[in-house]
Design a protein around this ligand. Sequence first.
Ligand code: 6A9
Length: 770
Amino acid sequence: IAIATWFSYRGYLETRVNTPYDVNKLVTASGLDVPDRYWGTYRSGVYFGLKTRDPHSLVTGLMWYFPHLLRQDRSGLRHWCEQNDRLDRYAWMEHDGRNFGVQEIVDNSAILTTTFVKRPGGKHGGDWTARISVTSEDKIRDGEEISLLFYTAIEENVKGWIKANLGDEKQLTGVEGNTQGLGSFIINLNMIHGTVEEHSFLATVAPGLNVLKETVLHNLRIAFHKGSTKEYIVLAGDQIPLSIDGKKRDANFIATQITGKIPFEIEISYESGSFINRVDKLTGQNYDRALKTHRKLFDEKFEKVFKLKSKGYAEEEIKFAKMVLSNMIGSIGYFYGSSQVQSQYTKGPVPYWKAPLYTAVPSRSFFPRGFLWDEGFHGLLISAWDLEIELDIINHWFDLMNVEGWIPREMILGQEALAKVPDEFVTQVNTNANPPTFFLTLHFILKHKQEEVLEKHFQFFDNLYPRLQTWFNWFNTTQTGDIPSTYRWRGRDGTTNKELNPKTLTSGLDDYPRASHPNIDERHVDLRCWIAFAAHIMHQISEMLNQPNNKYQETYRYLSDNSLLNKLHWSPNTHTYADFGLHTDKVLLRKVTPPPKSHAQPSETVRVVMEDPTLRYVDSSFGYVSLFPFILQIIDPDSPQLGKVLQDLTNPDLLWTKHGLRSLAKISPFYMKYNTEHDAPYWRGAIWMNLNYLTVRATHYYSNIDGPYKEEARKIYQNLRKNLIQNVFKQYKKTGYVWENYGDFHGEPKGSHPFTGWTSLVLLLMAEIY
Ligand code: 6A9
């Protein structure tokens, strides 16, 4: 009996990691229940495409190439946003998250403008029309050929079908289909202006939505027009394979290609069969009018929310600000699938349950998927623009919480998302946290929304609250340190000799240097502040819900007690806040070459430790981590520590630059150091917007409450804010993009691009919304 019990207990432990928190989901309305957000540009990682908020949605999308440039290696076919495409720029310039969008894509001076407008009607999400126009900067590429492909695809083996409608000359006249969510529909393509050089189509079976581009590449042919020797690249037409029993299979991928000379413009109109009382079509001039109306409403709302005009910003700055917002909103995706997770009780990775995720993404090209702590920052901007969208995003994320109270850090759902992630990053481990930034979003909502609005969403908070409690509790029990009121990030590798300083991916600050020898004595000041902050917001929410719970208030008081904080984290040597742990600065990377004639290992780079580590404050890592008691506003306004933090903030040998605060002090021995032979410095000097935003927000806070450092805080507020805005804007004008981070010398752009995740918080700086 004992053995049987042990086995079942073991089984119970094994299943906890992928057991959902509860059967009652927070997302109760999705898909067709929310008709105005049914269709959208929810394919974050493609240049242009629409789908619906369904697990197995029909997808539509755009590809393009310049025939004379489609080189032997065929790398010129554009589909997924790729940095290697080296586009001059691309971004949603306007997008409201519901009705319409306007995007500009500049590919070697050819300008593709993609717009769409939705129209409600019927029972299946209504109609939409998209336009794709091609022009060129200063007309320099006018007359050149470009091929546009617009496609419709559906996963194989889901209910529903699509079919190519062919005219007398075997030309594609349109696509029709029927799926569970969409009912029956037709899609037509019209020429708006310009002439068609060549028009061909492809109807085939694509093995997956992750290989649509490859499927197109397989099906390109060379053709001639009657009586001409000019070669055209065309799509191969009907290519539907037979099934094993000799029957014709159904196409699940239909693409149409139009080759024209720049400038020209096409229109794709999608009409829902259930929309029966349509008075006119959303095409031609009707489309122009509808788009104009939506753009006007967008402008008005943008000014109402951010007030940039009345603050005196110039036209081009406002255009930039609209782009930053629109690309954040326009790259919100809808993903479906299951992550891969692991616990100490499972033998290896196991699948999480299948689930949808409606979320913004940090970067359309490099990371087109959800990241937990990024999303709490995105939530600030999104909730300022459209609260309902943000609450829906929060609900989706909290539905991903397991029974333990854990939410995985990175969400890689579905074939398209998985195709972008190297294997070693896929599995998520349930002992590992990531900063609970959704408390920032919730705090922001409580602070900025009027009482009526909050009352209207009472149910949202009420439903969320039990999950928040469990989430908070998960942090506050699994992430604690060895002595009371201390906390420690998990997931550091204490056994490696490959890294100069073992990474702390869980903290979000990856290679930011911590104690050199991770062990249980470590205490991390940033994590402690996150938990203190979370407790504070838990208290606020409990009060708002009329369920006051002293526990949160007490936890907050305890963790924000400055004398305790200072005892644990104020370094007496440097007079700065710091981590504590087993540490030495005397480490370096060295290439070790095997002795001659030994055919053991090839040469490799390893860490050499030149002195025994001791328990101490990690004084040599002054940077973002040291600022946490300040940026999460835990330091008492009249505390001398505040004065010292402010003084350090403006010191150019430490963090201050003309372009924002660098992540790690210039005088730190780890400043701009590689972590391994190949691992370039990431959070070791570069300027990141998320923590700069929080710092500006804190200087704003301390300049508005009484205390001896009020004036000092105000000065820093003004300068830091100005520096950050200026640099991000300047680099945008220079490079066409918003970037992941910026260099501390010249403010030069670094990392992936476009990165309109948290770097978009620049808009909240412009608008002074904190
Ligand atoms: C790499 C390579 C095509 C790293 O913005 C997302 C995260 C942040 O949460 C984190 O704080 N970024 C920051 O330190 C990017 C993480 C990308 C990891 C996967 C895959 C893709 O190759």
